[in-house]
Design a protein around this ligand. Structure first.
Ligand code: PLP
Length: 429
């Protein structure tokens, strides 16, 4: 407890807002165990936050209040409930704009299903019209599949070429290579802000400058950045910026695409149908104002309201405190894991360009076996390629184990992780 007192967040108080962290689980899962405590089990240690975070009671309550008090479709009804739902849904866009520093407010904030859909929206709506043979899309070797696969496919459809900024042995982007690659043929630079495998914080504003010097655009994948540090899309000068609500205490099913207003105005819609039109005839249609032009069909109303509540919660904690807490925990985890000779850690050493997640490999033990032994200790981590298969090929490992931390994690939980890894080492020795 003493170690917690000098910390930037009151973790003990925060944990009370997350009843799920009290769950006691066994290692076996059957349909009958879903949501039930195992009296002989152990208390869960949840270290899979880069995949998705847990939800505070206030977020669950906000969603529940929408469904129990003002559930209605938005923008379609003049009736009381529809107006309440519409106001709440629209205000959620304003809240997101404020949170990430978008001064164009709700017009620059499109709600999507997740980061992946935001990437696809831009790749299709902008890329299909703007790219052609001779154009280059510059990615990096540490991109998540949501960006890498999407741009690869758009390149195949348009005849454009994908080029990759090298990742150095230190887990950082080779910025000299970036300067060589981003040239007159570059049309789009799509870069992950914080790598979900290496933890690297990339110099996205420098990359934005490099792109803009060549009249190219930059798309920043902020899926791991927005949850963990203050982000200002205008200070970065990102043309597009995307993230997922479920990775920052919000519900699943909601993501955000920020786009500069003039770009979103120039782009054609991605999906067609109801809500996104102004006038329809048998021959043609005209498009609704931003951001609704990009939100076809009944939108993610409950999810938007839940995201608003999640941002409230994070704002109360203070994003600087969130960042500091996460980095302290991750650094502690990094140092403790570094004590083992047979554990390889990936990504930069702890420092200003390293975020709070740790991917590692245990000599001669597959990451899936590591995760399975962790599960026997009720420690939840992720094992696999984390949607960065080409990066893993480059690292020379088929898979890594990854522990990732958030506002409710403690040093004691890191100790539980380390004890479980020690068990795995001895089992396979
Ligand atoms: N980009 C990064 C860096 C991620 O870590 C993830 C998810 O793990 C994504 C994109 C995709 O997010 P989602 O699955 O919510 O679309």
């Amino acid at each position: 407890m003493e170690a917690q007192e000098s910390q930037p967040l009151d973790v003990a108080a925060i944990r009370e807002d997350f009843p799920i962290l009290e769950r006691r689980v066994g290692s076996e899962v059957t349909p009958g165990t879903i949501g039930k405590d195992d009296p002989d089990g152990q208390q869960i240690v949840y270290l899979d936050n880069a995949a998705t975070t847990q939800k505070p009671q206030s977020v669950v309550d906000a969603i529940s209040e929408y469904y129990t008090r003002y559930n209605a479709n938005v923008h379609r009804g003049l009736h009381h409930l529809s107006q309440e739902a519409s106001i709440a849904y629209e205000l959620a866009h304003d809240r997101v704009a404020e949170f990430i520093g978008a001064s164009g407010e709700r017009e620059e904030i499109v709600f999507t299903s997740n980061t992946t859909e935001a990437e696809n929206l831009v790749a299709y709506a902008w890329g299909l019209d703007e790219l052609g043979p001779g154009d280059e899309i510059v990615l990096s070797e540490m991109e998540h599949h949501s960006s890498l696969v999407t741009w690869q496919q758009i390149a195949k459809k348009t005849g454009a070429t994908v080029r990759y900024i090298r990742v150095g042995g230190d887990g950082r982007l080779d910025m000299e290579h970036a300067k060589e690659l981003i040239g007159p043929d570059t049309a789009m630079v799509s870069i992950v802000h914080v790598s979900n495998t290496l933890g690297t914080i990339n110099p996205v504003s420098t990359l934005a400058d490099l792109a803009h010097e060549q009249d190219a655009l930059i798309f920043v994948d902020g899926a791991q950045a927005v949850p963990t540090r203050p982000v200002d899309v205008e200070a970065i000068d990102a043309d597009f910026y995307a993230f997922s609500g479920h990775k920052l205490l919000g519900p699943t099913g909601i993501g955000v695409l920020y786009g500069k207003k003039h770009l979103l105005e120039e782009m054609d819609p991605f999906l067609f149908g109801g809500e996104m039109i102004t006038k329809v005839t048998f021959e043609d249609a005209t498009w609704n104002d931003l951001p609704w032009k990009f939100e076809a069909g009944t939108p993610r109303i409950a999810q938007g309201i839940g995201l608003d509540a999640a941002i409230d919660y994070l704002d109360d904690l203070g994003m600087e405190n969130v960042r500091e807490h996460e980095e302290l925990i991750a650094e502690y985890a990094y140092d403790r894991l570094d004590e083992f000779d047979d554990v390889t850690l990936f990504g930069p050493d702890p420092g200003p360009d390293r975020a709070g997640l740790v991917a590692f490999a245990l000599d001669d033990v597959h990451a899936h076996d590591v995760a399975s032994i962790m599960n026997d200790h009720a420690v939840a981590i992720r094992a696999g390629h984390h949607c960065t298969q080409p990066l893993h090929q480059k690292l020379g490992v088929p898979a890594t184990a990854r522990a990732s931390f958030y506002v409710y994690n403690t040093r004691e939980e890191v100790d539980a992780l380390v004890d479980a890894i020690d068990d795995a080492r001895q089992l396979f020795a």
